[in-house]
Design a protein around this ligand. Structure first.
Ligand code: PRP
Ligand code: URA
Length: 211
C-alpha cells in the first residue's frame, strides 16, 4: 500500500501524457510542452482542498456569491533546474502566485544534493508552497529543498513531481511526513547511478537540450 502522504494521479490524461513524455523519441519541444501539461494536471490535484473565500459577483442578470482563492495564497517553488519546466503551466492556473527558486544539483558520485541558490518571496502565515521538480529519485534534493524552505519559515508545503521512485517517497515520508506528495507515476526502482527505472532519463537534459 502506498504511504499516506502520497497521491499517484490516476487520471487517464496524466497516464496518456506520461507515456508520451517517457518515450525516448519525444523531441525537446514536445517534452517541454508535456512537462507543463502534466504539471498543470498535478497542480489541480494538489490544490483540491485549498480554502476559498466568498466574493460578490455581478452576472449580467443578478448578483451572486462566488468563491475565490485569496490572491497571495500560492507560492510556486521550482527546484532548479528541471523544476523550471513546470513553472509557467502552473503559474497559468495561479496568475497571482509568487515564485521562489531553490538551486540544487545532485553530485553525480555521492548523489547528495549540493545547494547553490535560495530565494523565496516574503513569508505569510497562510501561504501554500508548491514545490516543483519533475523527478523524485533518492529524495535527497526534494528533502533538502523542503528543509531549507521550512528553515525560512514556510509551513504549508506540498511537493509535485512527475515521476517518483520508492526510495524518494520513503525519504519524504521519513524527513517530511507533514508534506503531501503528488506524482504522475510511481516507478519501480533506481539504477546504480540513481536514475529512475523505467523513468524518463535526465529531466533537465531533456528539457534544456544538454547532455
Ligand atoms: C534532478 C531532478 C531532481 C533530482 C532528483 O536534478 O530534477 O532535482 O535530480 O534526484 P534525487 O531525488 O536523487 O535528489 P539534477 O541534480 O540532475 O539537476 P538539474 O535539474 O540541474 O539537471
Ligand atoms: N534525475 C533525473 O533527471 N532523472 C532521474 O531518473 C533521476 C534523477
Amino acid at each position: 500500500m502506498p504511504p499516506s502522504n502520497l497521491t499517484v494521479a490516476a487520471h487517464p490524461l496524466v497516464q496518456h501524457k506520461m507515456a508520451l513524455l517517457r518515450d525516448r523519441q519525444t523531441p525537446a519541444r514536445e517534452f517541454r510542452q508535456l512537462v507543463g501539461e502534466i504539471a498543470s494536471l498535478l497542480a489541480y490535484e494538489a490544490t483540491r482542498n485549498l480554502e476559498t473565500e466568498p466574493v460578490s459577483v455581478h452576472t449580467p442578470l443578478e448578483t451572486m456569491e462566488g468563491r475565490r482563492i485569496p490572491g497571495d495564497r500560492i507560492v510556486l517553488v521550482p527546484i532548479l533546474r528541471a523544476g523550471l519546466g513546470m513553472v509557467d503551466a502552473v503559474a497559468a492556473l495561479f496568475p497571482n502566485a509568487g515564485v521562489g527558486h531553490i538551486g540544487l544539483y545532485r553530485n553525480e558520485k555521492t548523489l547528495e544534493p549540493v545547494s547553490y541558490y535560495f530565494k523565496i518571496p516574503p513569508l505569510g502565515g497562510e501561504k501554500v508552497y508548491l514545490v516543483l521538480d519533475p523527478m523524485l529519485a533518492t529524495g535527497g534534493s526534494a528533502s533538502a529543498a523542503i528543509t531549507k524552505l521550512k528553515e525560512s519559515g514556510a509551513r504549508r508545503i506540498r511537493l509535485i513531481c512527475l515521476v517518483a521512485a520508492p526510495p524518494g517517497v520513503e525519504r519524504m515520508m521519513k524527513d517530511h511526513p507533514d508534506v503531501a506528495v503528488f506524482v504522475g507515476a510511481l516507478d519501480r526502482e533506481l539504477n546504480d547511478h540513481g536514475y529512475i527505472l523505467p523513468g524518463l532519463g535526465d529531466a533537465g537534459d531533456r528539457l534544456f537540450g544538454t547532455t
